[in-house]
Ligand binder design. Structure first.
Ligand SMILES: Nc1nc2c(ncn2[C@@H]2O[C@H](COP(=O)(O)OP(=O)(O)OP(=O)(O)O)[C@@H](O)[C@H]2O)c(=O)[nH]1
Ligand SMILES: [Zn+2]
Length: 349
């Protein structure tokens, strides 16, 4: 059975000059480029110009990998070599534009790639009583590390009468970030998302449970499209199972990455990002009378003075401290050498 979209041109999946450059080492070899559209443990579904394949990482690539980060994830471009039927091996991983990774538990710091090559990350937060600027700050921190462009979506906009005030409160903590109120109930505001969803563009949605991610994703992808992307694949035992893509083609031409791991992202190595997110706090920190000020009850503490004067929200200060602690824990993990005695690599997308 021929899966849908089996012969779509690569540009539909976001192929561009960046990836073409990364593919240069493979030109002339027995390989072709493809994009990972789904992953089930170590089996990948890859969309390529000649069709869709079920692929596994080659022994060589596995051997060369220094950690999880060197294994492909949904959204990655890879060089594949078709073998028999719809089977292929993944020979190489092309350089990534952006990277979403999360830390794993345990002392050996190893990051697992959640998704790769996301252009725009929609940070969804609902206009109802769940609206929470502190949580939004955490999401913003995550996107700064990943490299994707953050865009705030105020979902369930139909529930809020004073949208302008909510938008303004987001602008206050993140002046550079676009903010779009949307409602999947009234369909208002959805057209404002079109510029992010054009051909070749890859987006993903981050947000807490219940903010309306699934409803939004359905609205963007269109129910019919979602259904046509249900594809049949043979599992190892020869039975047929239904799988679905984790990288969906949207009606507007772009793509949406929706993986289980997307929803469990954690803070990862964010020291610089923290400074960028809290310039007001960073600006105050050097102004305390004592250089070793703990900002709790010392005289001449610039932080406490700003809080008392109403210039710094106590919640924002507490959030800063909480994030700083988490980041320090992660940095501690990162400084622990791995089993082979090498320092664990700091690496970004
Ligand atoms: N009023 C209103 N309700 C909405 C809107 N979008 C979603 N909802 C409702 O919000 C609830 C949660 O929506 P979901 O799309 O399931 O939320 P989710 O973020 O996917 O939640 P999880 O699956 O738990 O992660 C449902 O009852 C939806 O009907 C909206 O635009 N307006
Ligand atoms: Zn102080």
């Amino acid at each position: 059975m021929t899966p849908p979209h089996a012969h779509t041109p690569l540009t539909l999946w976001g192929w561009d000059e960046f990836f073409e450059t990364g593919y240069q080492p493979w030109v002339g070899k027995r390989a072709e480029p493809g994009r990972i559209v789904a992953q089930h443990q170590n089996i990948y579904r890859v969309a390529a110009a000649s069709g869709e394949y079920l692929a596994e990482v080659s022994g060589r690539l596995r051997h060369q990998a220094s950690g999880r980060i060197d294994f492909p994830a949904v959204g990655d471009w890879v060089a594949i070599r078709p073998t028999t039927g719809d089977r292929a091996t993944i020979q190489g991983l092309l350089p990534r534009k952006t990277l979403f990774a999360r830390r794993m538990s345990g002392l050996e710091a190893d990051q697992q790639v959640v998704a790769a090559n996301i252009d725009t990350l929609f940070l969804a937060t609902a206009c109802d009583r769940d609206f929470n600027l502190r949580r939004l700050e955490r999401y913003l921190l995550l996107t700064q590390e990943g490299g994707a462009r953050p865009v705030v979506l105020l979902t369930k906009a139909d529930l809020e009468e004073n949208l302008a005030a909510v938008v303004a409160s987001v602008h206050a903590i993140a002046p550079q970030v676009p903010v779009h109120p949307v409602s999947t109930l009234t369909l208002s505001g959805l057209e404002a998302l079109d510029p992010y969803l054009g051909p070749g563009q890859t987006v993903a949605v981050l947000g807490s449970s219940g903010v309306g991610k699934s409803t939004l994703i359905n609205a963007l992808s269109g129910q019919a499209k979602m259904a046509t992307q249900q594809i049949r694949a043979k599992d190892g035992k020869g039975r047929h199972t239904t799988t679905h893509k984790e990288l969906l083609l949207l009606e507007a031409g772009g793509m949406l990455i929706d993986t289980p791991g997307m929803r469990e992202l954690q803070l990862w190595e964010g020291r610089e990002s923290l400074d960028a997110l809290f310039p007001d706090v960073e600006g105050l920190l050097g102004s305390c009378r004592f250089s070793n000020c703990t900002h709790s009850n010392e005289p001449g503490c610039a932080i406490q003075a700003a809080i008392d004067a109403g210039e710094l929200a106590a919640g924002r200060w507490n959030n800063y401290l909480k994030m700083k602690r988490e980041i320090e824990e992660i940095e501690h993990m990162l400084s622990v050498p791995d089993k082979k005695g090498r320092p664990v690599r700091h690496r970004r997308g």
